[in-house]
Ligand binder design. Structure first.
Ligand code: ATP
Length: 239
């Protein structure tokens, strides 16, 4: 028997009062993939991730992780089921130390490997290891993005979601963040990444979806999308 996709979004609608941010959208993510969602400002990308993460409850539709229904279980249980979100703007706690920020990411865990995970992280990112007892607010933007990703990984997710991880970072730092995403995927964590920087996301994505006005405009491999005559129109909303 073939396994169900790791994540299935089925006909999901997200409304804020009179505004419909996501209109009956469906997509899936298979285990082991990096899937990108691209699209212009206001297309509904953040709202879609928020609904998967349990931050907002969709008005309609279903969200499944394998065969577990997520759209009604709430934020904490979504994390327990193995989904972690790195939000837009990173949400680092500036006055807490680097170590404390990481420990917050592990609060749902009761296993003894938290310490060894912290150790491994500090070995991979020596700069953060040296600064483990300094306030996270003193880190550079790129270091804060790495910290936000590491904090999300501290819950040992099966699916890591990131909202605009390149936002506000210098191109060289963006390269480092994306190289890290590939390493994380190769380590067995599935990734769903929202980006306005489509070119960057396409360089690592196995598949991508283009969102526009709360709906999917296109879907396919990055090569298929780049070759698609409607790609620019779908992306920039020209019609
Ligand atoms: P961005 O990259 O600017 O975040 P996006 O593609 O992530 O864009 P969303 O942030 O999901 O898009 O916004 C989709 C629509 O929903 C927009 O019209 C936005 O103004 C509206 N919206 C988003 N969050 C809220 C909210 N909390 N309350 C009311 N309207 C909202």
């Amino acid at each position: 028997a073939t396994l169900a996709p790791l994540l299935q979004v089925r006909d999901v609608t997200v409304r804020y009062g009179a505004i419909t941010a996501v209109h009956g959208l469906s997509l899936h993510v298979d285990a082991g993939e990096i899937v990108a969602i691209v699209g212009p400002n206001g297309a509904g990308k953040t709202s879609l991730l928020s609904s998967i993460a349990g931050l907002v409850r969709p008005q309609a539709g279903a969200i499944l992780l394998r065969d577990v229904t997520l759209e009604t279980v709430g934020l904490e249980n979504v994390v327990r089921h193995g989904i972690a979100l790195v939000p837009e703007g990173r949400n680092i706690f500036a006055s807490l130390t680097v170590l404390e920020n990481l420990q917050l990411g592990a609060t749902i865990r009761r296993d003894a490997a938290v310490r060894s995970d912290l150790q491994a992280f500090f070995e991979s990112f020596p700069i953060l290891g040296e600064r483990r007892n300094q306030p996270a607010g003193l880190l550079s933007g790129g270091e804060q993005q790495m910290l936000a990703i590491a904090r999300a990984l501290m819950s040992r997710p099966t699916l890591l979601m990131l909202d605009e991880p390149s936002l506000g970072l210098a191109p060289k730092i963006v390269e480092q963040v994306y190289a890290e995403l590939e390493r994380i995927r190769d380590g067995g964590v599935t990734i769903l990444v929202v980006e306005q920087n489509a070119a960057r996301a396409f360089a690592v994505a196995d598949r991508a979806y283009v969102m526009r006005h709360g709906r999917l405009a296109l879907a396919g491999t990055p090569d298929e999308l780049r070759a698609h005559a409607d790609f620019d129109a779908a992306y920039f909303g020209v019609s």
